[in-house]
Design a protein around this ligand. Structure first.
Ligand code: ZN
Length: 358
């Protein structure tokens, strides 16, 4: 089988490494610790040559459950659920954690002997990807670390940040996200705050990507109204197939299509399955089903991967990045041709990023 090079919309490997709470965590990534879903050797072996690397801040009062987010997977095995979200986190609590993760990324890049590149614009990304480096776009999942005067935004931009999700579900001073709820519409609350609208304008001025994943529907429409960039959801699926708050309705997909934006398909079972359950025993054919629906609605040029590796439970057949060729093989068996696979695997993401990160 031909190997396709992959660029992915979302992973949380920086959080996995951060949780090790040790000085040389970057070496575990570079040398390969064989833990979780991602490390450099396994990524290289799988043709995984780039992606958005998320910086996420856990809520201290909740602690870390299921090795990751403050969301209990067993609560998501019920027929219906709506999980409470942690409280807003202040910038002075979030910022040191964000800085530690940026330093981790920087240590990875510096010690990678040229194998890893944190990319600052679309051209750099395309070149690094062509050169078979691991081409990284630095992303924050939840803008808690940005203060109301936006002083931190400029500093973070200069540190390499190029993509911002205004919320990770938990509320921020910029807006409200969706609670993890099934079955439910993503129209769960208010839209962006005035500061949120200001954040979008700053991101536009700096040519940064704004991510709609985790936002509620009103927030999505506010971004559609105030941003002049294509609409992006880095790791969200189809609400018609799986009516979870984290997924996108047909109206939202229409808006993404109108702006020539992107959707990255998330592999977490709760966002794939018709019954919304977070169960590892989930058929990876569902991933292909979401792709087919998105291609029907958006066309071939606006869909890619948004795995959520190291950030969520994966279907048991996908217990590491090394299993990704299984998805591509399934796609090939179901008539996805070479050109379409190239687009899905990386070209669509690279084209989108080149349009925004100029
Ligand atoms: Zn997420």
């Amino acid at each position: 089988m031909q190997k396709f090079k992959i660029f992915d919309g979302h992973n949380d490997v920086l959080f996995r490494l951060y949780l090790k709470n040790k000085k040389n965590a970057f070496l575990d990534f570079i040398q390969g610790d064989n833990e979780g879903h991602l490390d450099l050797p396994r990524m290289q072996q799988s043709g995984f040559h780039g992606g958005f690397f998320a910086i996420y801040v856990p809520s201290p009062e909740v602690g870390v459950i299921d090795s990751d987010k403050p969301v209990r997977y067993d609560d998501m095995e019920k027929d219906e659920y709506s999980l409470p979200l942690p409280d807003l986190l202040k910038a002075d609590v979030a910022l040191p954690i964000v800085i530690r993760k940026i330093s981790l990324l920087s240590e990875i890049e510096k010690n990678s002997k040229g194998q890893v590149k944190v990319c600052l614009n679309g051209q750099e990304l395309e070149q690094s990807f062509q050169d078979n480096k691991l081409a990284i776009i630095m992303h924050i999942e939840g803008a808690e670390c940005i203060d109301e005067n936006f002083y931190n935004l400029e500093a973070l931009y200069r540190s390499g940040l190029r993509s911002i999700g205004p919320v990770w579900s938990r509320p921020t001073i910029f807006g409200e996200g969706v609670p993890f709820a099934f079955p439910q519409s993503p129209d769960t609350g208010g839209g962006l705050t005035d500061l949120g609208v200001e954040l979008i304008k700053h991101c536009n001025d700096l040519n940064m990507i704004v991510d709609n994943s985790h936002l509620n529907e009103k927030g999505f429409w506010d971004i559609a109204k105030y941003s002049h960039h294509p609409l992006v959801a880095t790791h969200s699926n189809v609400h018609t197939i799986c009516p979870h708050t984290r997924n996108l309705t047909n109206r939202q997909l229409d808006a993404i299509k109108d702006t020539r934006g992107m959707v990255g398909v998330n592999f977490a079972p709760a966002f794939l399955r018709q019954d919304g359950k977070m169960l590892a025993d989930t058929d990876i054919q569902l991933i292909i089903d979401h792709f087919k629906y998105l291609i029907d609605h958006l066309g071939e040029d606006h869909v890619g991967f948004g795995s959520d590796f190291d950030g969520a439970m994966m279907p048991k057949e996908l217990n590491s990045v090394t299993e990704m060729p299984k998805i591509i093989e399934l796609m090939q068996n179901q008539g996805f041709d070479h050109s379409l696979l190239n687009k899905i695997c990386h070209q669509n993401w690279i084209n989108l990023i080149k349009k925004i990160l100029i």
